[in-house]
Ligand binder design. Structure first.
Ligand SMILES: *[C@@H]1O[C@H](CO)[C@@H](O)[C@H](O)[C@H]1NC(C)=O
Ligand SMILES: *[C@@H]1O[C@H](CO)[C@@H](O)[C@H](O)[C@H]1NC(C)=O
Length: 125
């Protein structure tokens, strides 16, 4: 027999891990696009970079962790954006920092934001 049992298990575990990470990564881009879709005014066209021609980790104001393509920071102060906080932001489970001060963020803070257990800064004013 060519292969022992253990490498097969290792390959399976690795595959599952990669599938799981890719799922989480696409969830991050989905959440960012959900936030983008709430924006009704963007005087500096800052959200133009939030498109499929760039990986979302390179979108303006977005920072990802070094070891994984997960969003750790959303940093868009002073942009004149008119937006609401999408409940989908609660899916960005690696998010530590949200800085949106000096924009016009209206509506309430969705309870899903409370799922962000790594969040240290939520600056809206
Ligand atoms: C997508 O983003 C890139 C990088 O900022 C920009 O050069 C390009 O014009 C954008 N595409 C669209 C369709 O807005
Ligand atoms: C993300 O968040 C929304 C709203 O809280 C939720 O309905 C959705 O199931 C979550 N997951 C994905 C993969 O978008």
């Amino acid at each position: 027999m060519c292969c022992s049992f253990f490498p097969k298990v290792a390959v399976l575990v690795l595959t599952l891990l990669i599938v799981q990470m890719n799922g989480a990564v696409s969830e991050d881009s989905h959440a960012l696009l959900a936030f983008k879709s709430t924006i009704t005014h963007d005087p500096q066209a800052i959200m133009r970079s939030w498109n499929d021609s760039l990986p979302f980790c390179l979108w303006s104001g977005v920072t990802c962790g070094r070891r994984h393509q997960r969003v750790t920071s959303l940093d868009l102060p002073n942009m004149g954006l008119v937006a609401t906080l999408s409940p989908y932001l609660g899916n960005l489970s690696f998010l530590m920092y949200i800085s949106l001060e000096n924009n016009h963020i209206h509506g309430s803070i969705p309870p899903e934001i409370g799922n962000l257990f790594r969040l240290r800064v939520l600056s809206l004013l």
